[in-house]
Ligand binder design. Sequence first.
Ligand code: NAG
Ligand code: NAG
Ligand code: NAG
Ligand code: NAG
Ligand code: NAG
Ligand code: NAG
Ligand code: NAG
Length: 258
Amino acid sequence: MLLVILLLLPTGSSVTIGKIDNFIIVGIMNSSLARVSLEQCLYIATSTASSMISTTSSSTTETSSTTSETSSPTLTTQSLGRITQAGDTIVGLYNTTAGGSTGGKNGLYSGPSETPIYAIDGSTSTKYFNYGVTGGSNTTANAPGIGTGFYITPSISNASIAVGLLFATANDRPNRDPLSVSLEGTNSDACDSGSSWTLLYNGSTGINVTSEPDRMTYGIQQNFSNTTPYKSYRLLITSKRGPDDAVQYSEAHIIGYT
Ligand SMILES: *[C@@H]1O[C@H](CO)[C@@H](O)[C@H](O)[C@H]1NC(C)=O
Ligand SMILES: *[C@@H]1O[C@H](CO)[C@@H](O)[C@H](O)[C@H]1NC(C)=O
Ligand SMILES: *[C@@H]1O[C@H](CO)[C@@H](O)[C@H](O)[C@H]1NC(C)=O
Ligand SMILES: *[C@@H]1O[C@H](CO)[C@@H](O)[C@H](O)[C@H]1NC(C)=O
Ligand SMILES: *[C@@H]1O[C@H](CO)[C@@H](O)[C@H](O)[C@H]1NC(C)=O
Ligand SMILES: *[C@@H]1O[C@H](CO)[C@@H](O)[C@H](O)[C@H]1NC(C)=O
Ligand SMILES: *[C@@H]1O[C@H](CO)[C@@H](O)[C@H](O)[C@H]1NC(C)=O
């Protein structure tokens, strides 16, 4: 630290100009604004310096307490809840599996009122319906609708930490219920590239497997361990209850910290 002291001295005063430790003393002649002796200046300089030192140490203390306050909210004030909501950017997918690149966008919807936005609208009376690759009238296998889903960029945060999934059944046809799902996360904008994605979960949707649950009803939230924040997520259905022409669900929410 270098402290510059300006001495405003009256005409004719003698002045010493020099440097003492970290202080530079500069004399300015011919001013009647100040009547300050060199001794007084040194006293001011010393007390200013010590008050600056104590200011510095107290701001250091404040900085370190600020630092600890900044790190604790990551544990105490982050809120856990749905990180997906109506209005998020969402892209329908079909013919796609975890780790792979986008096999096809959108898919075969039954109509404009059953697109992916209805999976995150908060209403169990609307649904997302996708025939996928082999859908339509083909009800001979479980395949129709498998490999469908979406990727989504939650607007609530660019760095959410996903730790759960919550599905709700649609209005009809229990064989279209999704029973298992994969969830991946990415911080890349290259959402169509398989290499962008990291697998976070691969398992049950929480919709009851052994008994057909009520229609338009939430399943059991599925939880998984994850501490990495992601900007976007990809959810893909890997199985459904039985032979039918499509996969459908009224809600599919990612649960996490924001
Ligand atoms: C200081 O002021 C006096 C008059 O008040 C003047 O005669 C003298 O030249 C001045 N000195 C300088 C260095 O300006
Ligand atoms: C599904 O994706 C594969 C590549 O992963 C592609 O070869 C095939 O043509 C796609 N099928 C449809 C119906 O889009
Ligand atoms: C129906 O789906 C099955 C299983 O994916 C497939 O093998 C079959 O070729 C499909 N039939 C038609 C008519 O598309
Ligand atoms: C996310 O990032 C975009 C730009 O990359 C910004 O416009 C937006 O406000 C950010 N959202 C949040 C919730 O921070
Ligand atoms: C997900 O689980 C299924 C069933 O256990 C398994 O066949 C599949 O390979 C898994 N997918 C990934 C990407 O690990
Ligand atoms: C599925 O439903 C059956 C019948 O209601 C119930 O006994 C079982 O506990 C449920 N399974 C789960 C995982 O909730
Ligand atoms: C997941 O966590 C939620 C909230 O704590 C809890 O209600 C639910 O039962 C958990 N799910 C499972 C399958 O344990």
